[in-house]
Write a protein that binds this ligand. Structure first.
Ligand SMILES: C=C(O[C@@H]1C=C(C(=O)O)C=C[C@H]1O)C(=O)O
Length: 359
């Protein structure tokens, strides 16, 4: 028995009244977005306007007096805008599937639940969906903080002209999942090789001599385990929910702060947001001092480089390609000029995109 049944009912009645107003206001907002959509159609403008969405998020954050934390309001408004945009024009987003992978979670985080998220079988398939215009955006993993780069993704940019328009950082936490939820039933562990590597020490200590099986994704591991009582999968909690598995142990990754970086690709460059990063890809002749010379234009202009990666390429024209991330947008004079100076030493240089830095 509650001590204050009256006041509880009163509070809930007040909440109900507010909810009724919220529903009306949300629909009013949605109707206005529909009007905006009609104007965009008549002017042949893009429906999805990330810069406007940023403006809305920033304004909401400024208006917020609490007690709701900024992050909670951001999530709510992401869904509101996702739903409003879906009324203007349903947005197609391709991602590296299957359903319930971390890439799926990253795509939901970026575009909200009202976007039409289409799982693809491979990274090239995601690129193809966007290149052919069947999807406006594609979401693929690019880098893991413990296991390094997802090289397939970087290699795609050698051939593809798609642009990086956003990055998404997701904290990746792995759970051991099974049908029974009991450690003693586990005779085999399935997962993606990166996830197995990220839990290596935990596995050695807690499941020594248990065979580890590589599969194409953490979600596929969960799907296999849903049919096998003696196996466990290492996957995220989204997969547990999707495949009806129990958590044997949660957060089994060796490293806390295990982040995966995803990128969003599209056919168009993103507008400057005021806090951007730029990624480029280039190849240089193999000669003494070239590494020094290729970085000098950035150092001289005070452009902050945040990452450099090299990848061998099996083409005769060059031996290595480099991927470089820097602070700023290509439309910033120092950034643009440094890149153009570097271009003079390069056999090949491509701007992969300037995009808002993930928070
Ligand atoms: C309503 C608009 O369209 C979309 C929906 C938005 C919203 O719900 O606030 C914002 C930007 C667009 O992605 C708009 O452009 O203003």
């Amino acid at each position: 028995m509650s001590q204050h049944p009256q006041s509880l009912a009163e509070f809930r009645a007040e909440i109900d009244t507010i909810d009724a107003k919220l529903v009306e206001l949300l629909n009013q907002r949605a109707r206005l977005a529909g009007e905006v959509g009609r104007i965009k159609t008549s002017l042949a403008r893009d429906f999805h306007v990330p810069s406007r969405e940023r403006e809305v998020h920033e304004r909401v954050a400024r208006l917020n007096q609490g007690p709701l934390p900024a992050e909670a309001l951001r999530g709510i408004f992401r869904e509101i805008m996702s739903a409003c945009l879906a009324l203007e024009s349903p947005m197609q987003v391709a991602f590296l599937g299957p359903l319930a992978t971390f890439t799926h979670v990253a795509a939901q985080q970026q575009f909200g639940q009202s976007a039409q998220l289409a799982p693809q079988k491979s990274i090239p398939a995601v690129f193809e969906e966007v290149e052919k215009g069947r999807a406006l955006y594609g979401v693929v993993p690019v880098e893991n903080s413990t296991e390094g780069m997802v090289s397939h993704t970087l290699d795609m940019f050698v051939e593809s002209d798609l642009k990086i328009t956003a990055e998404v950082l997701l904290e990746v936490s792995h759970d051991l999942l099974s049908r029974t939820g009991r450690m003693e039933d586990v005779r085999k562990v399935y997962s993606h090789p990166q996830a197995l590597a990220q839990c290596r020490h935990w596995l050695e200590e807690n499941l020594p001599n248990i065979p580890l099986v590589d599969v194409a994704s953490t979600a596929l591991a969960a799907q296999i385990v849903a049919e096998d009582l003696s196996a466990a999968a290492i996957a995220g909690c989204a997969a547990a929910e999707h495949y009806g598995l129990k958590v044997v142990r949660s957060r089994i990754e060796d490293q806390v702060n295990n982040f995966t970086r995803f990128i969003v690709v599209s056919r168009k460059m993103a507008d400057p947001s005021g806090n951007d990063k730029t990624s480029i890809l280039f190849s240089v002749k193999d000669e003494p001092g070239i590494l020094y010379r290729m970085l000098e234009p950035f150092a001289r202009r005070g452009v902050n480089l945040s990452k450099i990666e090299s990848r061998p390429v099996k083409t005769k024209a060059w031996e290595y390609i480099f991927f470089l991330d820097m602070a700023g947008h290509v439309s910033d004079p120092q950034v643009g000029e440094a890149i153009e100076e570097l271009r003079t030493y390069c056999q090949f240089l491509k701007i992969l995109g300037s995009y808002p830095r993930a928070k």
